[in-house]
Design a protein around this ligand. Structure first.
Ligand SMILES: [Zn+2]
Ligand SMILES: [Zn+2]
Length: 480
């Protein structure tokens, strides 16, 4: 069965769904309409839908079929604050201060949905046997939705997982990403008048500052690829009162999960030292954590073969004109990081896009030895089941991440074409693994060998709940 034909026959329905979610533009944990639309669509097609996974109202799993293998396809649908944007090649918010799909998750959610429905068609027609599950994953942006879903056991029984992300060229994801822990360090001291009796006070702000100084000394003695960033979220109210309460917010990252956990333990010691020095009390409010990516060569080979068979999405004159105009607004040098991350292949890519930022490129299959300096909650799924992902061209090369330019393209034909391509690749890859048991076995053996060497431990400590009710400041979303 050629799932491409089925997908092409239904393309308008999926483009409309993607546009609806683009319009909803709901931020993390508030994706009620977006998750509802996707879950209802699957339910109407005969899927069994379980909502509220991991106590997150907008997380769901939709299942179809019976028995093994169980293939998981992951979708996302959260937007970003402050990025409302019309479908124009100049900056024009639809709603002043509103949200926008600056990471293209409207496309991500629907591209995965159409792949899932195409696999359902193959099961119904008897071409393949087994089950397909759509994972409705909320709050990818700084909420670590998948990590909480993994912790809740939502991926138990899954044999293999597939996903994708909108990007500016077509490639399998063959690069590690950083494991990341996020937490708030709160210090509790004692207030006093800063002039009259400061000796009676114990400054929580002093503790925050001393902790930051300690961490800055730590930097020389940590892995070069590790990252620590912080902001002070509470530095007291007025200067003439010794601050009784102060708080800083930390992101800690490292190429591997155990490395970030070791680094975190050292940062905690620095915080304890700051509390001891200042006579204050330390409280750690853990926000969330994600793991690094375990790459699966077997899945990537199949994904790549399917990308080549299907062929890169082709863009029309209107798309190219729009992209050309939009590219004039990109910051100088945007896209150059790919030369660093992808070596010679990155250099070739940049050259190919020189005259046409939507050139139909499929990156050759290769594995980057460097770690991409960002984080994703797909990482946690990759530790509990063999996971593969691609990125598909949904935006002009050089489009900045989390930008108004990305929002515009996610709501129009440029994004749609990449989404349909990604859906076809995921569906065809799922069918390969459902029909060729030796291939599935190879992917699973590869995965088992990886986790045997380093068993998974959730980056989220027991008892930490999804940060659903936490006030999300705009800057919190820039932590990807
Ligand atoms: Zn993002
Ligand atoms: Zn994203």
């Amino acid at each position: 069965m050629d799932t491409n034909i089925w997908i092409d026959a239904h393309r308008q329905k999926f483009c409309d769904l993607a546009d609806q979610i683009w319009q909803f533009a709901e931020i993390r944990f508030q994706e009620n309409q977006s998750a509802g639309l996707l879950a209802d669509t699957l339910q109407a097609e005969g899927f069994t839908v379980e909502r509220g996974i991991a106590d997150i109202p907008t997380a769901f799993v939709a299942s179809y079929g019976a028995g093994k293998p169980v293939i998981a396809i992951l979708g996302e649908y959260d937007a970003l604050p402050g990025l409302s944007q019309d479908r124009t090649c100049y900056k024009k918010p639809l709603i002043a201060g509103g949200n926008g799909h600056g990471c293209g998750h409207n496309l991500l959610g629907v591209g995965s949905l159409l792949a899932t429905l195409a696999v359902q068609q193959a099961i119904q027609s008897g071409v393949v046997q087994g089950s397909v599950r759509y994972y409705g994953c909320p709050a990818e942006e700084s909420g670590a939705g998948k990590a909480f879903m993994v912790q809740a056991g939502a991926f138990d029984g899954v044999d293999l997982a597939l996903t994708w992300h909108p990007g500016s060229f077509n490639a399998t994801v063959s690069i590690n990403m950083l494991a990341r822990l996020m937490m708030f360090f709160k210090f509790h001291g004692k207030a006093a008048h800063a002039a009259a009796d400061p000796y009676n006070g114990r400054s929580a702000l002093d503790a925050v500052e001393l902790m930051n100084i300690g961490v800055n000394y730590l930097r020389e003695h940590m892995l070069p690829d590790a990252r620590i960033h912080y902001v002070i979220t509470n530095g007291g109210d007025v200067p003439n009162v010794v601050p009784a309460e102060a708080e800083s917010w930390y992101n800690i990252r490292a190429p591997k999960l155990h490395q970030v956990q070791e680094l975190y333990a050292r940062v905690v010691n620095v915080a304890k030292g700051a509390a001891l020095m200042t006579g204050t009390e330390l409280e750690i409010d853990f926000h969330s954590g994600v793991s690094n990516l375990l790459l699966n060569d077997t899945i990537n080979q199949v994904l790549h073969a399917q990308m080549q068979r299907i062929g890169a999405p082709q863009f029309g004159t209107d798309d190219n004109q729009f992209a050309g105009e939009l590219a004039k607004t990109f910051p100088k040098g945007s896209g150059e990081m790919f030369a660093r991350l992808l070596g010679a292949e990155g250099g070739k890519l940049i050259a190919a896009f020189k005259d046409n930022p939507l050139a139909p490129q499929i990156l050759p299959l290769f594995k980057s030895s460097v770690t991409m300096p960002g984080s994703t909650d797909v990482g946690d799924v990759s530790w509990v089941t063999p996971t593969g992902q691609i990125q598909a061209t949904c935006q002009a090369f050089g489009t900045p991440a989390h930008s108004w330019q990305l929002v515009a393209q996610s709501g129009m034909s440029i994004g749609h074409k990449g989404m349909l391509f990604a859906g076809k690749v995921l569906a065809a890859t799922a069918l390969e693994f459902m029909t060729r048991s030796e291939l599935l076995e190879r992917a699973r053996t590869e995965f088992k060998n990886q986790i045997q060497a380093m068993p998974y431990q959730s980056p989220i400590p027991d008892g930490v709940r999804p940060p659903i009710h936490r006030q999300a400041s705009a800057r919190e979303f820039a932590t990807g």
